[in-house]
Design a protein around this ligand. Structure first.
Ligand SMILES: Nc1ncnc2c1ncn2[C@@H]1O[C@H](COP(=O)(O)OP(=O)(O)OP(=O)(O)O)[C@@H](O)[C@H]1O
Length: 353
């Protein structure tokens, strides 16, 4: 577990953050200038806080009161930047082993680097370069992996190519991974824990599914990007219709395409704007997915919208309706309603394993 509780003045900007990052991916999310890079730099030892403490398990990296401030090279933080920063004159193999050879065979396997070892960085695609940078960071036997917008410089196909590797890392490497991003779909797919920053402060943090389904988080993510993430299981395939049946605590839903093998866990992102509410069981509609849900919260936005928190079984969903509709329907906390989810609403980039 990584523990961060620090303060730092950077000119007119004040950073004041506290959060815990367990094993898995902790996404540090926020608008440009919210302080994401400063947090990661403080953990890596590239930025010295004015106050507070940073520790990984029992190992203290920084403690103002005890006057501890380990140098970057003594912190065991593997840092992957937006640009891969490989040595151009060295082969992939030499780049990888530059900082150490920890768990080499497994790192090469997990990141699919076997065929690249004798190549030079100049001949690699952006996604391949980032995989090498990740491999190099891992071979230095880090206790924390820090990634600052590692996919930001990549186009959509290269991003899609590298995301499964980062998912494997998340699931196989038992260290905290700090992952800076301002892309909600990336966060929804990769994060275990989510920390949202605004103007140098933590405004929401916790397990990704819990934070993303909070109605008060909608304005922080933007109306178009807000939506719940729910872990589901593949329960069947309707081959003739090209649909996959998924089950979760709130019932079953059908989604287009082949989303995995029977019994496989998938993470489904359901954008709030694609959930429609009805006070009566809907009849004669084309949508395949109707769930019985209970309203847990109603959050007025600054604009014409209301974010509606919904409980489906033990999971949380999020819907967005206009204030006018909420008033007309008489929506209230505790009310049982029907959530209609458009089956085409979820794109494949939003479905992670
Ligand atoms: N050395 C510095 N001196 C003064 N201000 C600084 C310094 N470093 C960062 N800042 C300011 O601190 C704020 C946070 O910067 P930071 O790079 O951490 O944000 P960010 O969320 O990572 O942004 P981006 O997504 O654009 O990279 C910004 O307003 C930035 O201008």
């Amino acid at each position: 577990m990584l523990h961060v509780a620090i303060g730092k003045s950077l000119g007119a900007f004040a950073l004041n953050v506290a959060f815990d990052a367990p094993a898995g991916v902790t996404a540090v999310f926020g608008r440009s200038g919210s302080g994401k890079t400063s947090v990661v730099n403080a953990v890596a030892g590239l930025l010295q806080p004015d106050a507070g403490k940073i520790a990984v398990g029992d190992k203290v990296l920084y403690d103002r009161q005890c006057r501890i401030n380990l140098r970057p090279q003594h912190r065991s933080v593997g840092y992957v930047f937006q640009d891969a920063r490989l040595f151009p004159h060295m082969s992939v193999h030499r780049n990888l082993t530059y900082g150490g050879t920890h768990d080499m065979a497994r790192v090469i396997d997990v990141l699919g680097l076997g065929d690249l070892l004798h190549r030079r960085p100049a001949g690699l695609s952006g996604g391949e370069k980032q995989r090498v940078a990740l491999g190099r960071a891992l071979m230095s036997a880090p206790q924390i992996l820090a990634m600052d917008e590692p996919l930001a410089a990549l186009d959509a196909p290269r991003k899609a190519e590298i995301l499964p590797y980062i998912e494997r890392l998340r699931d196989e490497v038992q260290i905290p991974i700090l992952y800076v991003s301002h892309d909600v779909s990336e966060v929804a797919r990769l994060a275990t824990t989510l920390v949202i920053l605004e103007a140098g402060q933590v405004v929401a943090s916790g397990p990704v599914g819990t934070v993303l389904s909070r109605p008060d988080v909608v304005p922080l993510l933007g109306v178009r990007d807000a939506g719940a993430v729910i872990g589901m299981k593949v329960a069947g395939r309707l081959l003739d219709d090209g649909l996959t049946e998924l089950t979760f605590s709130g019932g079953r839903i059908l989604m287009p395409g082949n989303l995995g093998k029977l019994g496989q866990s998938v993470r489904l992102r359901i954008p709030a704007q694609d959930v429609i509410l009805a006070t009566e069981p809907p009849k004669g509609i084309s949508a395949l997915n109707v769930l019985s849900v209970t309203i847990t919260a109603l959050e007025q936005g600054r604009g014409p919208g209301v974010a509606v928190g919904l409980r489906a079984g033990t999971d949380q969903l999020l819907a967005r309706v206009t204030r006018r509709s909420a008033g007309r329907m008489g929506l209230a906390v505790g009310q049982q309603v029907y959530a209609i989810i458009k089956a085409t609403a979820v794109g494949p980039e939003d479905i992670g394993g």
